[in-house]
Design a protein around this ligand. Sequence first.
Ligand SMILES: CC(C)(COP(=O)(O)OP(=O)(O)OC[C@H]1O[C@@H](n2cnc3c(N)ncnc32)[C@H](O)[C@@H]1OP(=O)(O)O)[C@@H](O)C(=O)NCCC(=O)NCCS
Length: 174
Amino acid sequence: MITIRPETTADVPARERLLDRAFGKARRRKTSERLRAGRLPSQSLAFTAADENGRFIGTLRLWDVDAGTAGHCLLLGPLAVDCKRQRQGVGAALMHHAIAEAKRLGHRAIILVGDAPYYARFGFAHGPVAELQLPGPVDRARFLGLELVPHALAGAAGLVTTCGRRTASERQAA
Ligand SMILES: CC(C)(COP(=O)(O)OP(=O)(O)OC[C@H]1O[C@@H](n2cnc3c(N)ncnc32)[C@H](O)[C@@H]1OP(=O)(O)O)[C@@H](O)C(=O)NCCC(=O)NCCS
């Protein structure tokens, strides 16, 4: 049985190896990365999927952003599952757990850039973010939102910017 647990620092090397395999080195040039670079994930919203032996098999994190006129919300991603464990519900388990935790912690909405056919099953759609802009190029069909509180993204317009906690190295450089 797989388990979803909070990410620890011991997970970081395996997480980075998995993300390099899943998205390639160019992942660091993605527009979403501009909202994550130098920031920490939202408090208590970084998750690891572990296998029956406790080994790392998947990752999902959420980040604090300001979504234009909608105010604070979460940016989801990256989501990745070890290729040997795909199509066994690990991605869905990470998604359901992350959405439930975000709701429990009082967050109002989640946005992401990803494959609509995959994320639609969790309720993500393009409509709620249609008038929001990201700080870089993006395929608009892949820009999706989910309201955790009804109407949290109603009329949302403007630029999405980061408001996450800075990493220690970013704090020193500031
Ligand atoms: C996408 C990903 C996280 C799904 O993880 P997973 O553990 O295999 O997902 P689940 O087992 O919960 O769901 C599998 C289902 O999702 C479908 N699926 C996987 N990736 C998909 C995609 N990009 N678009 C549409 N459907 C997708 C599978 O075909 C499968 O469908 P089925 O249930 O009808 O067989 C995993 O394939 C992965 O790590 N991919 C590489 C990184 C990536 O693309 N991340 C998403 C960012 S867009």
